[in-house]
Ligand binder design. Structure first.
Ligand code: ADP
Ligand code: MG
Ligand code: ZN
Length: 612
């Protein structure tokens, strides 16, 4: 928001206050009225009669008499009578006797003048000041129309090297850099230079960073703004800001304009609930007009970022506008390793730190998450009074980013601790014993965020495709905690509710989205829930009959039931291992590495593999 000065500190005000003080001082310091001998009014008449008076100055009831010799005398007349009348009464005609009678304003002494003008001066000053203020207001209202785009006057220092992973995105944007640097190369061949690039990706994947790097690589200025900044209270402000932004960029061409969160304004028109949003539409239209209006060689490239390309107005992505689309996905394991390396640069990382393992265990982390992990690790090392950052700090940092800081304050009773230990041991054991499940990396009963403990698995490879067997293994692992509680305590707790919810979700997807149910066959079933509230894909009807709905429910239950049976059989066949694992967990709270592997698979009496 624009800020208004809250306490007036304007120089005009100080001048006014100072002036008033000075005037008051003068008022008291300057003697009132001219000096002169006071005489009776009757004496004035006598002097007039004897022709000794040259002039009489009347000021209210005060009289200043100037004699023929140049002397000054003071007197007072009766209130309500005039000097001329008074002289007339004495038989003296002022004009005939050569006496000038002049009437001046009452209280004509300097002090009185100042005194009488003081309020006017102050009042005038006040009005003047208020006008200045309101003019300021007008100026500010006009400033609203100016874009708030923060121009990086020189090109930003970020280079493609600072962006790790995202190789395909960089490749595509390399071309844009070349357009900016050497447009003739393309225009000579009659090629049209692209005007707009749409960066699509989830938050934190580096859309802003890579856009900055485009400007940095090309060595051109970067104008950074956000879609939400255009949406103001006043209709028309957004449009004029757009105009201003594009003008600034054109003046500084070649340049990059970056519009973050373009979906805030570029939403499919006429799709909002309760009719269109005038302001948004006008702003969007203005962007389209500006982009269409670029001369062929304007050499300004607009990069817009969004994580919701599906709700964008088709007019935006038409050829000649944001027709280039660059997808940025969360990084894969190689990308994560590279991003970690970028952020570790310049930090005192211990030499033997295994970056690959950290990259492996951070599935689904975005670049921003990873930057956060490195930072948390550094903070952790500082807090521990270390001078270098090691693996244990990174482990803690990953845990923090995933589940929040350790909850030290929560008191856990011995019984609860035991329960959590068996629950987590159950997950870990099932994961270790089922071939299709990912290997277990870490088990802990340290409470974080809302979880009482967790079991983290480490996929051997990055997965884009999941088999039915892998899903079934996943379901069994999810059921492991629940099953362990039941086998050991003969009872179950609310601790498993989160697992059940996730498992149900997976099972439903297997049946309705992935066609993994033999009973229902290879087809999808849309749920009938509204998919997207404000966007385009407003709502679907349920596309199957009630009979099918019942079948789906049955199938989900069957999948969950068999997953639990599998989990239970693993637990029952490995009671000893479960026991040892849970005991150790209660003592050490966290288990990982070789120690954990030994407990999970190593020498046990009940090592008979259950028939799974
Ligand atoms: P987005 O705009 O997609 O939400 P940002 O560009 O704002 O994401 O990324 C936030 C931060 O995350 C960046 O400033 C950077 O520190 C880090 N980051 C994200 N992606 C990468 C990457 N590919 N390489 C290095 N750092 C990254
Ligand atoms: Mg961003
Ligand atoms: Zn669980």
């Amino acid at each position: 928001m624009n800020k208004l000065p809250r306490r007036p500190t304007n120089p005009i005000q100080w001048i006014l206050i100072g002036g008033a003080a000075l005037l008051l001082l003068l008022f008291f310091a300057i003697p009132r009225g001219p000096a002169g001998e006071e005489i009776e009014i009757s004496r004035v008449a006598q002097l007039a009669a004897s022709g000794e008076i040259r002039s009489i100055e009347v000021s209210g009831d005060d009289l200043i008499i100037t004699t023929n010799t140049g002397g000054q005398l003071l007197s007072r007349k009766e209130p309500g009578t005039s000097v001329l009348e008074m002289l007339e009464a004495q038989g003296i005609n002022a004009a005939a006797s050569g006496i000038d009678v002049s009437v001046s304003a009452e209280g004509s002494s300097i002090g009185t003048i100042i005194f009488s003008f003081l309020p006017i001066v102050l009042f005038g000053g006040l009005i003047f000041f208020m006008m200045r203020r309101s003019q300021g207001g007008i100026n500010q209202a006009m400033m609203l129309g100016r874009t708030k785009a923060r121009q990086v006057s020189e090109s930003p220092g970020v280079r493609f090297d600072d962006v790790a992973g995202a190789d395909e995105a960089k490749q595509e944007l390399m071309e844009v850099v070349e357009f900016l640097q050497n447009p003739e190369k393309f225009t000579k061949l009659g090629a049209k230079i692209p005007k707009g690039v749409l960066m699509v990706g989830p938050p934190g994947t580096g859309k802003t960073l890579i856009s900055r790097a485009v400007a940095g690589e090309a060595g051109v200025p970067f104008f950074n703004t956000s879609g939400s900044e255009f949406v103001e209270m006043f209709v028309g402000v957004g449009a004029s800001r757009v105009r201003d932004l594009f003008n600034k960029a054109k003046e500084n061409a070649p340049a990059v304009i970056f519009i973050d969160e373009i979906d805030a304004i570029g939403r499919h028109r006429g799709s909002g609930i309760g009719g269109g949003h005038d302001e948004r539409e006008q702003t969007l239209n203005q962007i389209l007009v500006e982009m269409d209006g670029f001369e062929v060689n304007a050499n300004v490239i607009v990069i817009a970022a969004t994580n919701r390309p599906d709700i964008l107005d088709p007019a935006l992505i038409r050829p000649g506008r944001f027709d280039r689309r660059v997808l940025i996905d969360p990084p894969d394991v190689r990308g994560r390793k590279a991003i970690l390396a970028v952020h570790m640069k310049g930090k005192p990382i211990e030499a033997e730190l295994d970056v690959a393992t950290i990259a492996k265990e951070t599935v689904g982390f975005t670049g921003a998450d990873l930057a956060n992990v490195v930072n948390e690790a550094a903070i952790m090392a500082a807090r521990r009074g270390k001078t270098t950052i090691g693996f244990s700090e990174f482990e803690e940092a990953v845990d923090r980013v995933v589940a929040g800081p350790v909850r030290k304050s929560r008191k856990v009773s011995e019984r609860e601790k035991k329960l959590v230990a068996y629950h987590e041991a159950g997950h870990a054991l099932v994961a270790a014993q089922i071939p299709d499940a990912d290997p277990v990396h870490k088990v802990t009963i340290v409470a974080r965020g809302t979880t009482g403990g967790y079991t983290r698995m480490l996929p051997d490879e990055e997965r884009n495709l999941w088999s039915k067997g892998q899903f079934e293994a996943m379901l069994a692992v999810m059921m492991g905690g629940h099953a362990a509680e039941e086998v050991v305590f003969g009872d179950i707790t609310t601790g498993a509710s989160d697992d059940l919810e996730k498992a149900t979700d997976v099972a439903r997807k297997m049946v309705t989205e992935f066609g993994m149910s033999e009973d229902l066959g290879p087809r999808t079933f849309s749920s009938g829930h509204s998919q997207m509230f404000m966007g385009r894909d407003f709502s679907y009807g349920k596309n199957y009959s009630d009979a099918v709905a019942q079948k789906i429910d049955t199938e989900i239950s069957r999948l969950l039931g068999s997953a639990r049976a599998k989990a239970k059989s693993v637990i029952e066949a490995n009671r000893d291992r479960l026991q040892r694992l849970a005991d150790k967990l209660q003592i050490q709270e966290t288990l990982q590495g070789g120690e954990l592997q030994d407990l999970l698979t190593g020498g046990a009496e009940g090592s008979a593999q259950p028939a799974v």
